[in-house]
Design a protein around this ligand. Structure first.
Ligand SMILES: NC(=O)c1ccc[n+]([C@@H]2O[C@H](COP(=O)([O-])OP(=O)(O)OC[C@H]3O[C@@H](n4cnc5c(N)ncnc54)[C@H](O)[C@@H]3O)[C@@H](O)[C@H]2O)c1
Length: 257
């Protein structure tokens, strides 16, 4: 495999599961120095185990952090970035998904999703920005969702966080392009991860399942692999993606063609 991230310093949130975890191992494989951050200690242990088995754990660090807590971001992030001597790439993959009828969506649920998905992306990116600018070719990969661009029932609050992330990413890309910084949103749909595992997502009673009929991958094989998303992130965050910024890449097996 090509080593597109040799000597690159990378911070990946949500690195303890799913797409974030696949991204951590992919970027380690390609020679990067990676900090995997997650709220789940168990998940981070698993990431270390996988990286060790693949023989790429040498340049892996882990950070247990609750990204919905602004104080933790303030206290822990700066020293982590310093510990690897700066930053070239940030991948904001951490997130949660909750389903509810819109009329039953509580303010508490709304605030939890906003804080965990959208505000954490804002805070991590803002904290990482000086180091990314100093790198001269910094890259931010943010995580949106097909829920942001297409009508996904019962996900109003989640979709709003993911739409916000796309808007935020556009503004960042425009403001800092002249300084060499790129910012792109990934728009996954139907990827097999902790988020979509059977039993992990609870729908409320009384949903109309026919409303999901358009969200099925056109490609055969069911849900997509997180490694397919990680491969796209590796392209976007590397020099191969050097002319790509301020936009989105949808990765959903053609579910929303
Ligand atoms: N799986 C899909 O089909 C799909 C579709 C669209 C968007 N996404 C997005 O992809 C990203 C990755 O999700 P995934 O599918 O790999 O799910 P996942 O549940 O496997 O991984 C999400 C990770 O985020 C971590 N996390 C959650 N809250 C956190 C917090 N407060 N602080 C720190 N870490 C926290 C979790 O512990 C977990 O390890 C998410 O932003 C998600 O919204 C996924």
């Amino acid at each position: 495999m090509e080593k597109r991230f040799e000597a690159k310093r990378i911070f990946v949130t949500g690195g303890g599961s799913g797409i974030g975890q696949a991204t951590v191992t992919r970027l380690l494989y390609e020679g990067g120095w990676v900090i995997a951050a997650d709220i789940s200690q168990k998940g981070l242990q698993e990431t270390i185990k996988i990286a060790t088995e693949l023989g790429v754990a040498q340049h892996l660090r882990t950070l247990e952090i609750d990204l919905s807590n602004e104080l933790e971001i303030e206290q822990k992030l700066g020293s982590e970035i310093e510990s690897i001597g700066g930053l070239d790439v940030v991948v904001n993959a951490a997130g949660i998904l909750r389903a509810a009828h819109f009329h039953e969506t509580t303010l508490e649920l709304w605030n939890t999703l906003i804080k965990t998905n959208l505000t954490s992306t804002f805070l991590v990116t803002q904290k990482a920005l000086p180091a990314l600018l100093q790198s001269g070719k910094g890259v931010i990969i943010n995580f949106s969702s097909t829920a942001a661009n297409f009508a996904h029932p019962y996900f109003a609050a989640y979709a709003a966080t993911k739409g916000g992330i796309q808007a935020l990413t556009h503004a960042i890309a425009a403001e800092y392009a002249s300084k060499g910084l790129r910012a792109v949103s990934i728009v996954p749909g139907g990827i097999q991860t902790g988020m979509t595992n059977e039993g992990s997502l609870k729908f409320p009673d009384g949903i109309d399942t026919s409303l999901f009929s358009k969200q099925v991958a056109a490609l055969p094989g069911g849900l997509g692999s997180p490694h397919a998303v990680a491969a796209a992130i590796a392209m976007l965050a590397s020099e191969d993606g050097r002319f790509i910024t301020g936009t989105e890449l949808r990765i959903d097996g053609g579910a929303h063609m």
